[in-house]
Design a binder for this molecule. Structure first.
Ligand SMILES: [Zn+2]
Length: 413
């Protein structure tokens, strides 16, 4: 028994050392074996054995010759082999399906965007996802390998099982993405909620990766948040943390939310609400500029058109954004006073309305923040519309860096 424990400890120690070495090679891009030994305190033979595994078995590192010697044996240089190893990230949204093929440094190789056409139903949407993945697979270099596909979905997604327990945007409940996709594609899949992946994207690949406490708000046709506390992505007891859109911001409101409650932030400030308010203003004879933009057809009103009209000076549309930003600030105040984040990122389609939205938020936020939280920074997300798909990439990259995906398991030769 004791021997078995010793064996297990040795295997665990080996994996831990291997992770540390892989991380160092990735961070430095290229580094000598002797530097690895100095940085980790591991002996040169241990370093050589581990690096050889990363080169020969995993194929994610390579030897690139020897460096200059300052006396003694010249150092052997090892490099992170990011170019010929790829990941596919998918943002399965209610409006668009976006997919990207990237290398292990998240450099874009190819990107595809197709309309979701939600009204055509589950099978059609899955078929489109499969087509996007198939096309991206074909765009890799001949010898490159695809380690996995990360998928971000709007809704309550169980990250282990791939079951979408509920997605009001799609009208799905208890559907298994994993089951249908595994039948159609021969590549590992990983899933999570699209907003949590936006937070993972900022944490792992964003412009300010040193932040340990921040919130990402996905401000689109729905509203949700991804929370990072002390450097960890918060999932909650059952994986459904971050339902920021269902904070009640007006207890007297008669506007019912998709969740059944009244006066939720999502009911009063989402893209749907902005579009509906714009439509109503136009039908009441207001919003002349919006009327022009939509050719006097209220069915063509979208949140984006309301934003365009507001920027052009349409008073009714400016009033809509003024109200929406007020509600949003109430929500931000709640979350900032509760969690004390350093930064609140705002991403999602409506966040692209323009600087005027961020100016409105900046002007209103202090009403809802305690003095201790007044300096919270409110910034646009680092990658705009691509944040979720890059977050989906991070999900797979994390598995690779944690050695949870091995070349052997995937069947690479
Ligand atoms: Zn709600």
């Amino acid at each position: 028994m004791r021997k078995e424990y010793a064996k297990m400890d040795a295997a665990l120690l080996h994996q831990t050392n291997k992770k540390v070495i892989l991380k160092l090679i990735k961070e430095k891009s290229q580094i000598s074996r002797s530097e690895l030994s100095r940085a980790t305190g591991l002996t040169p033979p241990t370093i050589t054995r581990i690096v050889n595994e990363l080169v020969d078995s995993e194929g994610i590192a390579e030897y690139v010759g020897v460096g200059n010697s300052s006396g003694g044996r010249p150092p052997v240089i090892v490099k992170f082999k990011y170019e010929s190893n790829c990941i596919i990230g998918i943002d399965l949204g209610a409006t668009y399906i976006r997919g990207c093929l990237v290398d292990l440094n998240a450099n874009f190789i190819s990107e595809i965007q197709v309309p979701t056409e939600i009204e055509r139903g589950f099978d059609s949407i899955i078929e489109k996802v499969v087509q996007v993945i198939n096309k991206l697979q074909k765009r890799k270099e001949k010898d490159a390998r695809i380690w996995g596909v990360g998928i971000g979905v709007a809704g309550l997604v169980h990250s282990e099982t791939g079951i979408i327990e509920s997605s009001p945007d799609f009208g799905w409940s208890n559907v298994s993405l994993r089951e249908v996709l595994e039948k159609k594609l021969d590549v590992p899949f990983f899933y999570d909620n699209s907003t949590r992946l936006m937070a993972l994207c900022e944490l792992k690949l964003g412009e300010r990766q040193n932040l340990k406490n921040f919130t990402v708000i996905n401000f689109g046709y729905g509203i949700a948040s991804g929370l990072v506390i002390e450097g960890n992505l918060v999932k909650g007891y059952a994986g459904f943390a971050g339902e920021f859109g269902h904070i009640v911001v007006d207890t007297n409101s008669k506007v019912q939310c998709k969740c059944g409650m009244y006066g939720c932030l999502e009911a009063l400030a989402s893209g749907h609400r902005i579009a509906n308010r714009g439509k109503a203003e136009m039908e009441n004879g207001n919003a002349d500029l919006l009327k022009d933009l939509c050719n006097n057809n209220s069915n063509l009103v979208t949140a984006e058109q309301v934003a365009r009209a507001a920027k052009m000076g349409d008073v009714a549309c400016l009033k809509i954004y003024d109200e929406v930003s007020e509600y949003l600030c109430k929500g931000i105040g709640t979350i900032a006073n509760l969690l004390n984040p350093q930064t609140v990122y705002i991403g999602g389609g409506i966040s692209l309305s323009g600087q005027f939205l961020f100016d409105l938020i900046e002007n209103k936020k202090s009403k809802y923040l305690l003095p201790a939280n007044i300096n919270v920074q409110i910034l646009p997300s680092s990658f705009g519309e691509q944040t979720t798909e890059i977050g989906a990439v991070s999900l797979v990259l994390d598995k690779i860096m944690n050695l949870e995906l091995s070349a052997k398991k995937i069947g690479f030769k």
